[in-house]
Design a protein around this ligand. Structure first.
Ligand code: LLP
Length: 441
């Protein structure tokens, strides 16, 4: 099993002292569960590793992995900053009173409205992603309400991190960032230096996500610092900050546990590489930022479902269908992501069989787990799919109008509802019927 879980004398699963079967029966399914202490301890591992090896640094949690108002409080309490990628994420953070000076604002196509709102309300760092965005900001930054606008430039270091092609972002031919090649990044930064309203703080890169080895991060740090040093030579200006983005991968299956470096190993690898490269290039140690998402929340999260129809195809597979699916977890269908599961009301059993866990969406690809050996299941059983903390709730869709599951934080034996489950009423709340269509069906 992933994360901290125990089994009761009745063979039922508990997480953070909460009985998952009782929770599912009481609060309904599907439901996203998060072990709060586990998330906090991942955050602490980042914070402590940095404070020991490289104190002039910031850890900014990447909100796109999972975000809700209660979680903003936790991020703030643990001393992290927050990376947002849209006006919506920014709005949520501000509604939760997350301090704007600790927010990093990303996006390859920030809309007029998003730019205006953020300029009005304030930001910790604004990450410029393209030449066109810079052109706009050269004008708009004069409207910034809090002095000079602190910016980073997103650069593509040209690294292939060997992860799924949909989550590779640091290669040169990417919709994100400014390439080093052809002097594009250098020209853009030099232009920003001419603005009296922009404070050029440094550079940013994010090479991809779910990365299983440290080498691509080290390589990226080296390339970024070489760029920073060459910029200093060419323009006589020191880019003081280096943001290395996120990307540390995590195990989704027990057998992958050894494959991924720990958070502290990741921090050590990056900080060592930064120190070594700065010494080699005689470049001053930069203020360092990272933006982890998945490695903070994924293993702490899981989704609990109730088993419904069980169907055996003669000469084929046995399908166990649950009351959710690709609408609450689109990752198997998008990235061929693999998951493991636990039968929460019968964790250990000698009677086991190989089944495929099907969702209830109208799409034959909606299979959450293809062939897994589990205790023999019956309709009504409670199934927990593990490692769904990152990019599940945040990528949930309205497909087939399945209401979005609620989110519960589990803490010292108590469940706390932090996002209430959607209901059918929510599904039609935003619909409007224009008069010309008549009052009745
Ligand atoms: N910073 C930037 C600029 C990013 O684009 C991302 C992720 C992160 C930080 C956080 O990366 P992480 O530490 O979570 O790997 N939907 C995909 C993942 C897309 C990641 C996009 N950017 C999935 O479900 O695997």
């Amino acid at each position: 099993m992933l994360g901290e879980k125990t089994i009761t004398a009745d063979n039922e699963l508990t997480i953070a002292g909460c009985n998952v079967v009782e929770l599912a029966r009481k609060m309904g399914t599907p439901l996203y569960l998060y072990d709060e202490e586990h998330m906090r301890s991942n955050m602490r591992e980042y914070m402590t590793s940095f404070s020991e090896s490289y104190p002039t640094s910031v850890v900014a949690y990447a909100g796109k992995a999972f975000l809700c108002s209660a979680f903003c409080r936790i991020i703030q309490q643990e001393g992290l900053w927050l990376d947002v990628v849209s006006g919506g994420e920014y709005y949520l953070a501000r509604q939760a009173n997350f301090p704007p000076e600790r927010i990093i604002f990303h996006g390859n196509n920030k809309t007029d409205w998003e730019r205006r709102e953020v300029l009005k309300r304030g930001i910790g760092r604004w990450v410029i992603d393209s030449e066109m965005e810079l052109e706009w900001l050269m004008e708009e930054a004069q409207n910034y309400s809090k002095g000079k606008l602190p910016v980073l430039f997103r650069i593509t270091p040209g690294i292939d991190p060997h992860t799924h092609r949909h989550i590779t972002t640091g290669t040169v031919d990417s919709k994100f960032g400014l390439p080093i090649e052809g002097g594009v990044a250098e020209r853009a930064i030099a232009q920003a230096l001419l603005s009296p309203w922009i404070e050029v703080c440094g550079v940013h890169c994010h090479i991809g996500s779910q990365i299983s080895s440290l080498e691509p991060f080290e390589k990226a740090a080296e390339i970024m610092l070489e760029f920073m040093a060459s910029f200093q030579k060419a323009k006589d200006f020191v880019l003081r900050e280096l943001d290395m983005g996120g990307g540390l991968g995590v195990p989704y299956l027990d057998q992958e546990k050894e494959k991924f470096p720990s958070i502290s190993q990741y921090v050590m690898a990056i900080t060592d590489k930064v120190k070594e490269t700065c010494a080699r290039l005689s470049f001053p140690l930069p203020f360092l930022l990272v933006e982890p998402g998945r490695s903070i929340v994924n293993t702490a999260g899981s989704t609990v479902y109730q088993v419904g129809v069980i169907k055996e195809v003669p000469g084929g597979k046995k399908y166990v269908a649950v009351d959710g699916g690709m609408s609450d977890n689109p990752r198997p269908i998008l990235y061929d992501a693999r998951y493991q599961a636990v039968v929460a009301n019968r964790v250990l059993s000698d009677t086991r069989e190989v089944v495929s866990i099907a969702g209830k969406c109208c799409e034959s690809g909606d299979v959450l787990i293809n062939e897994i050996e589990l205790p023999k299941m019956e309709s009504g059983d409670i199934l927990l799919v593990e490692g769904t903390g990152a990019y599940n709730f945040s990528m949930a869709s309205r497909y087939n109008l399945l209401p979005c599951p609620g989110v519960v934080f589990l803490r010292q034996g108590e469940p706390y509802l932090v996002v209430r489950p959607e209901n059918w009423g929510d599904l039609v709340q935003k619909d409007l019927i224009p008069d010309y269509l008549g009052k009745e069906c």
